[in-house]
Unconditional design. Structure first.
Lengths: 172, 172
């Protein structure tokens, strides 16, 4: 197990960082951790790393928190953190139900990408949206106009993988 | 509200039926209902309609079960039901982590489609897989090799919408 863990740590990861600093529900965060691990994403960013010790988080994450690299940015620091990512060459993409947003499936995603997710009920505040390079929306056709944030994020992550996914040989 | 309900019932729906007869967890079923409604899919099929009265189902479905058409097929009847769908012109597509499965993003999906989902732990039994026209897999790169069934289904539904989604004018 220890040698597997060492070898696994050296494998390349997809250059997609999921910024879940605004996401509040530990079950949604646990679901995001499971999805991020399944696609071997480079980072999942929480507003507080202690959230990953929450019982509900772990229930939904199954054991993926042992493998998925996590990082932390406080809410107050989020604008600075986003600016740092941009300086490091990341494209900052917001996922939001927002007038004027481009359709996810019609967008060309940056290969180094930060995906910014919103709060469960209120989405992404305007001042944070203004700091993003582009805002994308998943087309919705229903009466109850909102996908769960974890579900919406999984769809955006899939679109990234569709555009940029590695051809990996499976692990033995 | 009543006139809205009547008008809404006449709107076109996407010709995608989600077959969740094998899915067991009411929270996953509730999540599927929410996603199916967001994309205005024609049917979500449960093994027992009473599952939609389950408290956990409703918690996750929010109010979408009031809008999403539901249907029922028992487990025993599933092979017959699938054959009926095929005779009615549906392509039957299984979503499974299965050797030899084609990648979801490389497949051409049928415009009239039944998406067959598997059990949470054991997936789709071999005899049901044999009745499907094609088996598709979402590429996964992680150690814990499984997406949640509701998350995986949402990704497949998005891929369908990417290929066949209507250009709809939003409801006022």
């Amino acid at each position: 197990m220890e040698s597997f863990r060492k070898r696994y740590a050296t494998l390349p990861r997809h250059s997609l960082t999921v910024c879940a600093v605004l996401v509040e529900n530990p079950m949604n965060l646990g679901g995001l951790c499971r999805t991020a691990e399944a696609f071997r994403l480079e980072r999942l960013v929480l507003q507080d790393l202690s959230l990953a010790r929450n019982r509900k988080f772990r229930q939904v994450a199954v054991t993926t928190h042992q493998w998925q690299p996590l990082a932390e940015s406080s809410l107050e620091n989020l604008p600075t953190w986003l600016e740092q990512q941009r300086q490091q060459g990341y494209g900052v993409v917001a996922l939001a139900v927002q007038p004027g947003a481009a359709l996810l499936m019609q967008a060309t995603l940056p290969q180094r990408m930060v995906l910014v997710l919103g709060r469960e009920l209120t989405g992404i505040p305007k001042d944070i949206l203004a700091l993003c390079d582009q805002t994308l929306v998943i087309p919705q056709y229903g009466v109850v106009e909102s996908l769960n944030v974890q579900t919406a994020a999984a769809i955006a992550i899939y679109e990234y993988i569709r555009q940029w996914g590695m051809n990996l040989t499976p692990l033995e």
